[in-house]
Design a protein around this ligand. Structure first.
Ligand code: HEC
Ligand code: HEC
Ligand code: HEC
Length: 439
C-alpha cells in the first residue's frame, strides 16, 4: 500500500514529501475520473478534493435552534434581504411637536430599563443616579445630565423615535420607526430624560463602563479538564476510521491527517469555483465526506462540528492565510465587507456598528465588552461555557443576527461564506488555537 501511495507525486509544493495518502485505494473509489488512475502529471493543475456538489449542506428547511428566541422578523432586512426594513427618514421628516411633552417620568424610567425592548437604553447609556448599579454600557454618551442641555421636546422625541433624521450615521436603533416603543412610551421617556440633571455616582469601578476591567480569556483551552470542547477532537479521531454508507472512511485515503493537513485549515474559507461560492471548513466536511464516504454530516451536526474542530486543531499554531487576491475571492471578500456594513434586523445594526472601533467596538454594550473584528477568528470553533456547547463561526454569525432581531440564514448561506472570508482576511497572520473557550 505504502509503495503504491508513493507512486503518486503530490503537486502541492512543500506538502508533497509528507504526504502518504493511500491513493491506490482512493483512485479506485473515485473511478479515477478526476485525473486518471495514474494521478496528475507533474505540473498539472492542483488535484481537487472530491465534493458532493448537489444540494444544501445544512438542514432544509432551516429551523432556528430550539432554545433560541422564537420570533420571526420578516419585516426587517437580513444579510440576504435588503428591501424589507422601513426606509430611513430624510432630515425634513422631523416630527413636529408643538405642545410641551407631558409624559410620566416614573414610567419613562421603567421603560429605559426594559431589556425586553431590544436591550433597552441602558445597554448603551448611563442615565443618572438611578442607573448606577445597572451595568450600563458606554456605546452611547452618558446622558445623566441631558436635562441641562437645553434640548427641545421635539428634538428629544425625534432623537428617540428615529435619530437618523438628525444623524444618518447613528448607531442608535430607530426605536419608534421600527416599532420597539410606541409614541406614548417615547413621551414617557422624554419626560424622564428631561429630569436628568445629576451625574451618576458609581459604587465601584465594576459598575462604571469607563473603568470596568476588560475581560481577558486566559484559560488553557487545550486542556480537556478545562475545556469540555476537547471532546470534539477525540470524537473526530474515532470518526476518522468510521466507514460510511459507501464503505469508505477518511483513513482509507488519509492515513496521517495530522501531517497531511497541518496547515490546510489556515487557508479556509476559500472561493470554491465548483460551488460558485465561498466554502468554509464545515461545508467542506459535509460535501467531501458525502462524496468520498457517503456520510451525511450536515453542518451543525455533532459529527460535522467534531470534524471541523479537529481539522482546525491539527492546524493549531499555523498562521491564518486566506486568499483574497484572486479575482473571484477578492470580489467575494468585498461583498463580505459590504455585508458587514449592512443595517439588518429590527434593531437596525450593521456588524461593524458593534465590531469596528470607530463605532461600538472596544466599548461596553451593557455588561458585554465588544471585541473588534481582528482576533475573532483564531479560536473558532469555540466552547461556550454559558451554553455548554461548541459554536462554529456560522453559529456565532447567526446569534449576532438573532440578538439584533434579524432572521438567521442557514449555516451554508453564501452570505455567511462571504462574511467569513472577509472577516478571516482581517485575521490573516494570526495563529489558530482551537477549540477555543469563551463565556
Ligand atoms: C446600541 C447603543 C444605543 C442604545 C441601545 C441606545 N442609544 Fe441613544 N445613542 C447611542 C449613540 C452612539 C449616541 C450618540 C449619537 C449618535 O450616534 O446618534 C446616542 C445618542 C442618544 C441621544 C442624544 C444625545 C446627545 O446629546 O446628542 C439620546 C437622547 C439618546 N441616545 C437616547 C436613547 C434612549 C432613550 C434609548 C433607549 C430607548 C437609547 N438612546 C438607546 C447609542 C445607543
Ligand atoms: C476516496 C479517498 C478519500 C476519502 C475516503 C477521503 N478523502 Fe479527503 N481527499 C481526497 C482527495 C483525492 C483529496 C484532494 C487532495 C489530495 O490529494 O490530498 C482530499 C483532500 C482532503 C482535504 C484537503 C482539502 C483540499 O482542498 O485539498 C481534507 C481536509 C480531507 N480530504 C479530509 C477528509 C476527511 C475528513 C475525510 C473523511 C470524511 C476524507 N477526507 C475522506 C480523497 C479522499
Ligand atoms: C449589537 C452589537 C452587535 C452586533 C450588531 C453584532 N455583534 Fe457580533 N458580538 C456582539 C457581542 C456582544 C459579542 C460577544 C462579545 C465579543 O466577543 O465581542 C459578539 C461576538 C462576535 C463574534 C465572536 C467574537 C469572539 O472572539 O468570540 C463574532 C465573530 C461576531 N460577533 C461577528 C459578528 C457579525 C459578523 C455581525 C454581523 C452579522 C455581528 N457580529 C453583529 C455584539 C454584536
Amino acid at each position: 500500500m505504502q509503495s503504491s501511495a508513493r507512486r503518486k507525486p503530490n503537486r502541492v509544493a512543500g506538502a508533497g514529501a509528507r504526504r502518504i495518502a493511500l491513493i491506490g485505494a482512493a483512485a479506485g473509489m473515485l473511478g479515477g475520473a478526476l485525473w486518471g488512475a495514474a494521478g496528475p502529471a507533474e505540473g498539472q493543475a492542483k488535484r481537487e478534493a472530491p465534493l458532493a456538489l448537489e444540494g444544501p449542506a445544512s438542514p432544509v428547511p432551516w429551523k432556528r435552534y430550539a432554545d433560541w428566541p422564537k420570533p420571526s422578523w420578516d419585516n426587517f432586512n437580513t444579510l440576504a434581504k435588503t428591501d424589507a426594513s422601513p426606509p430611513a427618514p430624510k432630515p425634513e421628516a422631523v416630527r413636529k411637536i408643538a405642545e410641551e411633552i407631558k409624559g410620566d417620568p416614573a414610567q419613562g424610567q421603567k421603560l429605559v430599563f426594559d431589556r425586553s425592548r431590544g436591550g433597552g437604553c441602558l445597554a448603551c447609556h448611563a442615565m443618572g443616579p438611578a442607573t448606577a448599579g445597572a451595568q450600563v454600557g458606554n456605546v452611547g454618551p452618558d446622558l445623566s445630565e441631558i436635562g441641562n442641555a437645553g434640548r427641545t421636546d421635539e428634538w428629544f422625541y425625534n432623537y428617540i423615535f428615529d435619530a437618523r433624521v438628525y444623524n444618518p450615521e447613528t448607531v442608535m436603533p430607530p426605536w419608534g420607526a421600527h416599532g420597539l416603543y410606541n409614541g406614548e412610551e417615547i413621551r414617557h421617556m422624554v419626560a424622564f430624560l428631561k429630569t436628568l440633571k445629576t451625574p451618576v455616582k458609581y459604587r465601584s469601578d465594576a459598575d462604571n463602563p469607563e473603568k470596568r476591567p476588560v475581560p481577558k480569556e486566559d484559560r488553557d483551552n487545550l486542556d480537556a479538564l478545562v475545556n469540555p470542547g476537547m471532546w470534539a477532537v477525540d470524537k473526530a479521531k474515532e470518526l476518522w476510521s468510521a466507514k460510511g454508507p459507501s464503505g469508505g472512511a477518511c483513513v482509507a485515503c488519509h492515513a496521517n491527517p495530522e501531517a497531511q493537513f497541518k496547515t490546510w485549515a489556515a487557508s479556509m474559507p476559500r472561493w470554491e469555483q465548483r460551488l460558485n461560492k465561498v466554502m468554509g471548513v464545515e461545508e467542506f466536511v459535509f460535501r467531501h465526506a458525502k462524496a468520498t464516504t457517503g456520510h451525511s454530516w450536515l453542518m451543525q451536526s455533532e459529527q460535522n462540528l467534531a470534524m471541523a474542530v479537529y481539522l482546525r486543531h491539527i492546524a493549531n499554531g499555523a498562521e491564518i492565510k486566506v486568499d483574497v487576491t484572486s479575482t473571484p475571492a477578492k470580489a467575494a471578500a468585498a461583498r463580505g465587507h459590504q455585508l458587514m456594513e449592512r443595517k439588518i434586523g429590527q434593531l437596525n445594526f450593521a456588524c461593524l456598528d458593534c465590531h469596528a472601533p470607530a463605532k461600538g467596538a472596544l466599548k461596553w454594550i451593557r455588561g458585554q465588552w465588544l471585541g473588534e473584528s481582528k482576533g475573532q477568528i483564531p479560536h473558532f470553533p469555540t466552547w461556550r461555557t454559558s451554553r455548554l456547547e461548541i459554536w462554529d463561526i456560522r453559529k456565532r454569525f447567526q446569534w449576532c443576527g438573532v440578538a439584533i432581531r434579524a432572521n438567521d440564514l442557514p449555516p451554508d448561506a453564501k452570505e455567511y461564506g462571504e462574511l467569513e472570508l472577509y472577516l478571516t482576511s482581517l485575521n490573516n497572520g494570526l495563529k489558530f488555537n482551537v477549540p477555543g473557550i469563551r463565556h
